[in-house]
Structures are given as structure tokens and as C-alpha cells.
Write a protein that binds this ligand. Structure first.
Ligand SMILES: [Fe+2]
Ligand SMILES: [Fe+2]
Length: 135
């Protein structure tokens, strides 16, 4: 993935900063596997990515519980599928399987851009429409 793209903004600045950080951590992890595969960087970055992703999902799910949409259950399930993928990624890195880790990074990046970010944009658009109707 070639870095953050401002078209991915959802309209919620907290979530957007979280997303930018997650996208950057995925990129840094990918770079570290290419540039310093035998160092402690990949493991350190992978654990940081897992921690930040969990924090982000917790923040978003608190918000979704306060403002449920018809897509909330599917949205939370998607977060869980992504978190599972990151756990498998950490396991590959801990097993020193750089090629396996890189495959999972590509899958995680694709899922982030094609599924997670559109779901978040849809969530924010649904809530914005609800607010517009209420006024
Ligand atoms: Fe989300
Ligand atoms: Fe998100």
C-alpha cells in the first residue's frame, strides 16, 4: 500500500487519525520486513499494530453502540475478522516466516481499504443523514 490517501476520510477526525495511524503502521511493518528482517522492528511494529487496532475498534464500537445502524452487527464482525488476521500476522512474524507475514500484510491492507474504510464511511454517512432529518 502506498501510504495514506485523503479520499479515505470518513468525516470523523478521531477515526480518521486512527485510520491514518493503522495504515502507516501496516506500511512500516511491510518496510521493516524488507529492510531489517532480522531486527526487532517487525515484531515491535506488529505488536503495536495489534494494540492500536484493538484500541481503534473499541473506540468505534463504543460509538456504534451509542448510535447503532442496521449495519452495526456486520461492522463489528468485520473488525473481529481483521483482528484475527492481525493475530495470524503476529504469529507468522514470531515464527520468522517473512514471506507468510508479507502475504498477510497484503491481505490486511486490501481488507482495510476495500471493506473496513467503506464500512466506516457508510456508518458516518448514515449518522449524518439521521442528524439532517432530525433538524
Ligand atoms: Fe470500523
Ligand atoms: Fe475504523
Amino acid at each position: 500500500m502506498a501510504g495514506w490517501n485523503d479520499r479515505w476520510r470518513t468525516g470523523n477526525n478521531v477515526f480518521d487519525l486512527d485510520h491514518k495511524q493503522l495504515s502507516t503502521l501496516l506500511d512500516l511493518l511491510e518496510d521493516s520486513l524488507g529492510m531489517l528482517p532480522d531486527s526487532t522492528f517487525p515484531d515491535m511494529l506488529a505488536h503495536r499494530l495489534v494494540r492500536e487496532a484493538r484500541e481503534h475498534f473499541r473506540r468505534e464500537e463504543n460509538y456504534l453502540r451509542l448510535h447503532p445502524t442496521p449495519q452495526t452487527a456486520g461492522h463489528v464482525a468485520m473488525h473481529e475478522a481483521f483482528a484475527d488476521k492481525l493475530d495470524r500476522l503476529v504469529a507468522r512474524i514470531e515464527a520468522n516466516d517473512g514471506a507468510g507475514a508479507r502475504d498477510l500484510i497484503v491481505e490486511a491492507q486490501r481488507m482495510f481499504v476495500d471493506e473496513l474504510l467503506p464500512a466506516d464511511s457508510e456508518m458516518m454517512a448514515t449518522l449524518a443523514a439521521r442528524i439532517a432529518v432530525a433538524h
